[in-house]
Design a protein around this ligand. Structure first.
Ligand code: F6P
Length: 367
């Protein structure tokens, strides 16, 4: 397709806005600022061991920043820089009332020097950053919420409860994937569109309009090293997938685990599949590994906008009432029929798969 016919992200947003004659343009400007932060992070990630980008301290991929974030994870310089790009590029525009990040304990206040706006931004600036050292794809995830009217009217500082909104109410959500190509995948509540970064123009170009997750799949993703901590419905589901043609599913499955959720979500958007990081008994203080506000909800919004399904296993993810900023939750998402099956297994009494060798004494997933 000739360049002149391609939609840039800006054009896509303008055309989307035409559906809402009353829209003032704040929302589009906010998304373009988020996209700029993602481009800056893409550049920082792409420099790899060469470290640093113009005007930034050298951040080599193997460096350990030393500080520990609110999740108890060691921050790397690229985590810190990515967080600074998100806050710095989004605080000045007058579109936001506040932000929340995986890398910051409390809500981030818009500095007094700038006007405050009507949206809230929650983000994980560099998800899967343990993969940075090994040059595997990482990403950024973001969720845009509407600030409560009283916050907009008063202009007061934001507090935790302002962000504790159902995933259903997200105004937009997206992720950037820093892989062989950098992509931005976005939903403004009207389907899902994928944009590829043209590095020479510095523009995200619409390359994947109207993304859809196929309803059926033969591919699943789970960290099987946690199998002894899984709950019975998850064990049942995985055992049935592993039994393949010899089990009740009557078809063979393929397995993937990148340990980088943005990359897994992207694979599922491209060709279907199911991802599970379910609630387990590994650490009683952590009911699940992934974070609700800036991981599970935005990924869930995108997947559902693409016709897939996102769930805790027990209830739809987007209907969960958040209780804290950094709340963790079990997450299952992907091809609709598979996620529905996993939900059904959670609702039914446990039925072990007696007929497969996986359930014998020497089974792969029995202790
Ligand atoms: O939340 C960070 C993250 O890296 C996700 O992107 C990924 O799905 C998960 O953690 C990997 O966890 P584990 O190391 O337990 O496989």
């Amino acid at each position: 397709m000739p360049l002149t016919k391609r939609f840039t992200l800006t054009r896509y947003l303008i055309e989307e806005r035409r559906r809402f004659p009353g829209a003032g343009g704040d929302f589009n400007a906010l998304i373009l600022d988020v996209a700029l932060a993602c481009k800056a992070i893409a550049r920082a990630v792409a420099f790899g061991e060469l470290g640093g980008t113009p005007g930034q301290p050298a951040a080599k991929v193997g460096d350990v920043g030393g500080a520990v974030n609110v999740q108890g994870e060691t921050q790397k310089p690229l985590d810190v820089i990515s967080n600074q790009y998100f806050t710095g590029m989004n605080e000045w525009g007058g579109h936001l009332a506040g932000m929340v990040s995986e890398e910051m304990e409390g809500a981030y206040q818009i500095p007094k020097a700038y006007p405050r706006g009507k949206y809230l931004l929650a983000f994980d600036p560099l998800d899967g950053s343990s993969n940075i050292d090994v040059n595997v794809s990482v990403g950024s995830i973001f969720s845009i919420l509407r600030a409560p009217q009283e916050v907009i009217d008063s202009g007061r500082d934001v507090v935790e409860s302002d962000f504790l909104q159902l995933g259903l109410t997200q105004a937009a959500a997206g992720y950037a994937l820093y892989g062989p190509t950098t992509m931005l995948v976005l939903s403004v509540g009207n389907g899902v569109a994928g944009f590829t970064l043209d590095p020479s123009l510095g523009e995200f170009m619409l390359t994947h309009p109207n993304l859809k997750v196929p309803a059926d799949t033969q591919e699943f993703a789970i960290n099987a090293s946690n199998s002894r901590f899984w709950e019975p419905p998850v064990t049942r589901y995985v055992d049935e997938c592993l039994a393949g043609k010899t089990g009740p599913r009557d078809k063979d499955f393929n397995m993937r685990w990148i340990a980088s959720m943005v990359a897994e979500a992207h694979r599922i958007l491209m060709r279907g599949g199911v991802f599970l990081y379910p609630r387990d008994s590994k650490d009683a203080s952590k009911p699940g590994r992934l974070r609700l506000l800036y991981e599970a909800n935005p990924i869930g919004f995108i997947i559902e906008q693409a016709g897939g399904r996102a769930s805790t296993g027990r209830e739809p993810m987007l209907g969960v009432q958040p209780t804290s900023l950094h709340q963790r939750i079990g997450l299952v998402f992907g091809s609709r029929h598979e996620v529905e099956r996993i939900e059904r297994y959670h609702a039914e009494p446990f039925k072990p798969l007696e007929t497969t060798p996986l359930f014998t004494e020497r089974s792969l997933f029995r202790v």
